[in-house]
Design a protein around this ligand. Sequence first.
Ligand code: TYD
Length: 205
Amino acid sequence: MSDPVAASARGRFIVFEGADGTGKSTQAARLAERLDAVLTREPGGTPIGSKIRTLVLDPDHPELDDRTETLLMAADRAQHVAEVIGPALASGRHVVSDRHVASSLAYQGVGRGLGVDAVAAVNAFGLDGVRPDLTVLLVLDTSDAQSRIGSPDRIEAAGSGLARAVADAYRSFAADRSDWVVVDASGSIDAVAERVWSAVEEHLT
Ligand code: TYD
């Protein structure tokens, strides 16, 4: 294992974001292994979060209100910060998370039309000041990404309209942000992993 960020006493928090089907989970796992980091995800990174995940993604509940969806994601995140992310960073471990608050800004704030500022405000309460050191945005053509989705969950079932809005939202979040890096997610898993690694080395050393 080589660690480009070993000098810091506090661990670094690296988040993967992107539309469904861009390969975040695979790349998050690869990076976590290389950094010997805690690998986690939202929603569902804790036992409580896992119950919230089942509820919020259940295709049998199409009546779930968009605001309720937002609050459930924020509740999952609050527990995740308190139970996993905060303690790991404080102990000096790096944390790699498959999604974090930017997912809510993109899916609920833009995709569901609730507003980025409103969704950010709801989430701030649960974040307790925790903030990613680096966000890796994986980008892929929307139809290619959609074709990689197997059996869709409740949110994926919303289809390509939501997916396009989410992809555009992410692009706008990443623009001019030095703590975001945009990585082309096309090609082999190894090729994308190398692009991610170069970006992490460049941004966190
Ligand atoms: P994810 O676990 O990335 O999907 P997969 O089942 O493919 O691994 O995310 C589940 C879904 O939840 C995905 O459609 C994105 C959505 N989501 C939100 O809408 N808001 C959020 O805050 C988060 C974390 C996820």
